[in-house]
Write a protein that binds this ligand. Structure first.
Ligand SMILES: C[S@@+](CC[C@H](N)C(=O)[O-])C[C@H]1O[C@@H](n2cnc3c(N)ncnc32)[C@H](O)[C@@H]1O
Length: 263
């Protein structure tokens, strides 16, 4: 039985409209996912991104991956996010990068995409679907907006080992996650909703190493800045968050999964 908490999109918006968004950018970089731009290139290569393809980035946040793939691979991107502050920053930074002719952002819930069926060559997602309260619905939406033969590639924070609800509780509370899929769970969801699964990678070891870096970043490099700008409470929160995820990742209980599938 899946352990589910009642975090909603409103809780996620509160995180990313508030200091949480700034903190995540400071710790993880403008591409708010573990491994940074290198993991974006990894996913881009797995999907064979090339000039002119239409990409839908579900949960596009600050738009840094959208700008990265538009500038480097020549793809046209539509980013979807539910948080106003992230969308405002994404639009401004995209304008500053002179990429607004290649990228457009939409305010919407990932479970209800504002696009017609068979619109995109590629559906893309990086480390955000863990916030979505109905991942079956999200996968259905992704399938609907993909063209027949189109590919979906995404990475996400997932459950990769044996872990109890008691152990998941503080992890979910620290992030406002309703639940995480398991490594196998996503594979089943993809197949159940009509996708052909091409590849599923358990990248927990890399994920754990990223948390070693985040621990150093939060507790040493950024400590004075976090204390000065956000205060002791947020510093303690961030330090504890990194510690519990670092431990669970090294125990191979939680980690990162990467999936490539085709409609
Ligand atoms: C970790 S960030 C995403 C990082 C981004 N993919 C990247 O790699 O830079 C999480 C983002 O997901 C968005 N988000 C979470 N749940 C969502 C939902 N149900 N619908 C749309 N956006 C959502 C948040 O607003 C936030 O901007």
């Amino acid at each position: 039985m899946q352990y589910i908490k009642d975090y909603t999109i409103k809780d996620v918006q509160d995180v990313y409209d508030g200091p949480g968004g700034l903190l995540w950018e400071a710790v993880m970089s403008e591409e708010i996912h573990s491994g940074g731009p290198a993991t974006t290139d990894f996913l881009a290569n797995k999907l064979g991104l090339q000039k002119g393809l239409n990409v839908c980035d579900i949960c596009s946040a600050l738009g840094a991956p959208a700008r990265h793939i538009a500038a480097k691979y020549g793809v046209m991107v539509k980013g979807v996010d539910a948080t106003k502050t992230m969308l405002e920053k994404a639009r401004q930074r995209t304008k500053d990068a002179k990429l607004e002719n290649m990228i457009e952002y939409f305010e919407a819930n990932a479970m209800d995409l504002p696009f017609k069926k068979d619109t995109f060559d590629i559906v893309w997602g990086q480390e955000a679907w863990c916030y979505v309260s109905d991942k079956n619905r999200l996968i259905q939406e992704a399938y609907r907006v993909l063209k027949p033969g189109g590919k979906m590639g995404f990475s996400d924070w997932i459950i990769t080992g044996k872990i109890s609800p008691q152990e998941l509780d503080p992890l979910y509370d620290s992030m406002a996650f309703p639940y995480m899929e398991t490594f196998k769970g996503y594979q089943e969801l993809l197949k159940k909703n009509g996708f052909k699964l091409i590849e599923a990678l358990d990248q927990t070891d890399e994920f754990a190493k990223c948390f070693d870096e985040y621990s150093e970043t939060v507790n040493v490099k950024l400590k004075p800045t976090i204390l000065q700008n956000f205060g002791q409470d947020l510093f303690s929160f961030a330090s504890n968050l990194v510690a519990i995820w670092q431990k669970a990742a090294h125990e191979h209980k939680v980690g990162r999964g990467l999936y490539i599938a085709q409609k």
